[in-house]
Design a protein around this ligand. Structure first.
Ligand SMILES: NC(=O)c1ccc[n+]([C@@H]2O[C@H](COP(=O)([O-])OP(=O)(O)OC[C@H]3O[C@@H](n4cnc5c(N)ncnc54)[C@H](OP(=O)(O)O)[C@@H]3O)[C@@H](O)[C@H]2O)c1
Length: 283
């Protein structure tokens, strides 16, 4: 039995879909914080169990009988190490054969502030007795396509990544990678650096969006401090705005780029071109 935590999130739902292409629904448990919100997943025939990272008892119940678990990193930035520790402890207790974890690209060396909780989680995984596979995910292309309506309205794209290149892939690509790792033998001990086959600078993204939408969008590069302020003015909480701006500055130094096509190799097909994800967002 394979248990996927955070299964109600955007990545989690896609992982469940990808698992269903590789194993029967009866082998899959969608572990969610709020089972009442999991109606669509239940319709797919998978079992729904409650698993709240902040309530260890729910984790023990959710992992009963599990052979493999995917820990989808929590979205509660700042609280993630304790939450992930609770999942690792419950997985240890359940005696699982494999615990997969969605980490961040170049986690062991990355200076991005966002990487810190992933580094601590990877250390906890290393110290645990559970066999693990680490999926170091790069940026989702959707991190940018989600803002397309605003970019088109303002005819501007703001950032602070300079000429930095983003080797993004679609959420679906990373979900496929997780499903493959969970349904393939001999994954224990592996660490995958996962990123898109191709990359873009933010100016190139703006040019692509202009071409695909017919609306001219210019990329404006700001300082990290000014970009942080812009994100705060756009409604992001201060701490999260600073983390995102810090990640873009890191991208300027190459930390969101990776040229060895490990994601393509793992999923057995090219990663989704950014053009496709932009077109899907526009349609
Ligand atoms: N690589 C990237 O570019 C990138 C971008 C954004 C995020 N991420 C990371 O990747 C993860 C998955 O991405 P996503 O797009 O699926 O994010 P998402 O849609 O925000 O999903 C996050 C999931 O975490 C769950 N969660 C939060 N707190 C929890 C708790 N206490 N107990 C159990 N579950 C909890 C949420 O549960 P509910 O459904 O109940 O809210 C949700 O299902 C994120 O959580 C984040 O760590 C990566």
């Amino acid at each position: 039995m394979i248990v996927v935590t955070g299964a109600n999130g955007q990545l989690g739902r896609l992982v469940i879909e990808e698992l269903l292409q590789r194993t029967a629904a009866e082998n899959i448990v969608a572990a969610v914080r709020n089972p009442e919100a999991a109606g669509e997943l239940a319709e797919l025939g998978v079992q729904i169990r409650q698993a709240d990272y902040d309530q260890p008892d729910t984790l023990t119940n959710a992992f009963a009988g599990a052979e493999k678990i995917l820990l989808i990193s929590s979205s509660a930035v700042g609280q993630r190490v304790a939450q992930h520790q609770a999942v690792i402890s419950a997985a240890e207790e359940a005696g699982v054969q494999l615990l997969a974890y969605t980490s961040i690209l170049h986690c062991d060396r990355s200076p991005l502030q966002l990487a810190e909780e992933h580094q601590q989680t990877e250390a906890l995984l290393n110290a645990s007795s559970v066999p693990t596979v680490i999926l170091r995910n790069g940026w989702y292309t959707e991190n940018y396509t989600m803002s397309i309506p605003v970019m088109l309205e303002m005819k501007q794209m703001f950032g602070c990544a300079g000429e930095g290149r983003f080797a993004t892939a679609s959420r679906r690509d990373y979900a496929t990678a997780a499903a493959v790792a969970l349904t393939t033998d001999n994954q224990a001990g592996k660490v995958y650096e996962l990123a898109g086959d191709n990359s873009f600078s933010l100016a190139e993204f703006a040019a692509l969006l202009s071409q695909e939408s017919g609306t001219r969008v210019n990329y404006q590069n700001l300082s990290e401090a000014d970009f942080t302020q812009g994100l705060i003015q756009a409604g992001l909480p201060e701490g999260f705005a600073a983390l995102l701006a810090n990640a873009e500055s890191g991208a300027a130094e190459g930390w969101l780029f990776y040229g060895s096509k490990q994601l393509q190799a793992l999923i057995g097909r090219p990663t989704t071109p950014v053009e496709d994800t932009v077109q899907a967002a526009l349609s």
